[in-house]
Design a protein around this ligand. Structure first.
Ligand SMILES: *[C@@H]1O[C@H](CO)[C@@H](O)[C@H](O)[C@H]1NC(C)=O
Length: 317
């Protein structure tokens, strides 16, 4: 017996199947951008530790096995606590004891008003780093004034503190992002690296090729050479496109690791207030580069406190 809607039902079914195939994250997560192949990663890393960093270990740390660690850490770590005897020093600094690390990284986190999220982030990240054998320290830079949030300026302030402490590598990191794969090593590559290219919120697909926000790794000297980020972006958005323009103007090519390794979980939150007049600012990004950035950075440091899990820098912009 012929059903009058049979054709339509079959047609709809086909469309749904095709959509599932093409929109599936595993389908999209591959081959969407150029990346450094796993076997080339170590060769591409910038091996340098912080000025004055010393280790009593006799053997150098190995990193090869970490790159092939394909476990996914559980997001539920954010609800837990760190075990006693974790060996993290005041100010949120840590280095492995059993071997001498090749990399020192400052993690810089701009922050305001999300205490619960920050707590989860710190516990998660310290647990995550335990598998990476790097020397690192977490700097949280909090904007205490009531103007619109200025993420880029907070990054600059954190970068200055990290460079003062002798760190050769900066990771600029949003507090709502959690790296899922221990293989995503938090060391600088020779090229500025976009680390968070595969976020669950975007169904693990890179939204656009020039995206350079979320979590990025850049050698301190390169950050200095581009005069850091702009100080002019109040309110959400635009500042990372501005940063990308600076890299372009300086012929610094951005790189990434493969999508599988670059997976992140974005913790949901209320969206922040969008700033205005970003288009105009952005169109003059390259012209402003030399005057607007580290060279023009001005702020009031309200306090800096060394907490057990992080260095807390409070600033009035
Ligand atoms: C390294 O140590 C020297 C000598 O103690 C000191 O003068 C210098 O400020 C230190 N550098 C950093 C970046 O901590």
């Amino acid at each position: 017996m012929r059903h009058p809607y049979r054709k339509k039902i079959i047609y709809c079914g086909l469309v749904i199947i095709i959509l599932i195939i093409f929109l599936h994250p595993d389908m999209n997560g591959h081959g969407t951008y150029d990346f450094i192949a796993k076997e080339d990663i170590l060769r591409n890393l910038h091996a340098e530790t912080a000025v004055n960093f010393t280790s009593t270990a006799v053997i150098d740390c190995e990193y090869y096995d970490i790159l092939w660690d394909d476990t996914t850490l559980s997001q539920s770590l954010v609800d837990g606590d760190l075990v006693e005897g974790h060996g993290i020093r005041e100010g949120g600094e840590y280095a492995p004891q059993e071997c001498k690390p090749k990399y020192s990284t400052a993690i810089i986190v701009p922050y305001r008003d999300r205490a619960e999220q920050l707590r989860g982030f710190l516990v998660y990240m310290h647990t995550f780093f335990r598998r990476q054998r790097i020397h690192y320290r977490i700097f949280v830079v909090e904007q205490v004034d009531s103007r619109l949030f200025n993420r880029a300026k907070l990054m600059n302030i954190g970068a200055v503190a990290a460079m003062k402490a002798g760190f050769p590598c900066l990771v600029l990191h949003d507090v709502d992002l959690l790296p899922l794969r221990p293989a995503n090593i938090y060391a600088c590559s020779k090229c500025p690296r976009h680390m968070s290219s595969s976020i669950n919120k975007f169904r693990f697909v890179l939204p656009y090729l020039t995206l350079f926000g979320g979590a990025i790794a850049i050698i301190s000297k390169q950050y200095k050479d581009i005069n850091g980020m702009s100080n002019e972006y109040f309110g959400w958005g635009g500042e990372d496109d501005d940063l990308y323009s600076r890299l372009e103007a300086s012929n610094l090519k951005v790189c990434r690791f493969e999508p599988e390794t670059s997976r992140y979980h974005m913790v949901p939150h209320r969206s922040t207030q969008k700033g205005e007049a970003k288009k105009k600012l952005l169109s003059s990004a390259k012209e402003r580069m030399l005057e607007d950035g580290l060279s023009s950075l001005q702020y009031v440091e309200v306090a800096t406190v060394l907490h057990p899990l992080f260095t807390h820098i409070m600033v009035d912009l």
